[in-house]
Ligand binder design. Sequence first.
Ligand code: ZN
Length: 263
Amino acid sequence: MRTLAFTVLIVTFLTGCQESPTGRNRLALVPDAVLADMGQDSFEKMKQQNPVIKRPDVNRLVQCITEALVSAAQAEYPEAPMPQSWEVAVFDNPTPNAFALPGGKIGVHSGLLQLAENQSQMATVIGHEIAHVLADHGNERLTQQLGLQAGMLLVGLFTESEIAEDQIQQALGIGAQLGITLPFSRAHEEEADLMGLDIMARAGFEPEQSVRLWQNMAKASGAQPLEFLSTHPNHDTRIASLKSQVAAARSVFETVPPASCQI
Ligand SMILES: [Zn+2]
């Protein structure tokens, strides 16, 4: 890990910035294969440590939505590095949440199935999570962490053993236990929202339902903020920003056959 950290630091100086799929400057320097392995390991652990729902109807539904979104994402963002395969699991957890890990591992909470009124609202959240993966947001966050730690190694404040697995998980946005979802930055959230909206429209899910979904999230949160809301931007800001993009997404939606996954 020390070697990786130093490599990242040196490469940082050598390569400068790259662009994200929406043209944002960023640094994402961890090799994709390394990150995909980390995502896969974390996902396996989460499935062992948390109850997974094995109802065929539920799994068919999320599988159908995910497959439709993934093929639309490929068409919409052909330049983005695509995981070799995607896997989706439904976790028995009442909070309306979802997450995605590098390597194409997606987790959906059963609480999201309760909250979403239709397939397009489910697709809003899963599309947002797929966008985090395609835009390599976990890589950016890990690059930042390792960059900082590599600097600390250089001045002797940090030892190799202190770069622990939980820090890697932190960079990926998850805790070992389900229910601890760490915030992505505001820039990452906005990018995932915009890409997610494009992806869902291209896949034949009604873009207007994205606004409805976030309104439902806001309503459900009541006095106690839901986890997803508390780690994501203020819902009024998010709804306003989506509303301003819905017309463009609708014009894409009208050119494709409607999705039919049902709920
Ligand atoms: Zn997000």
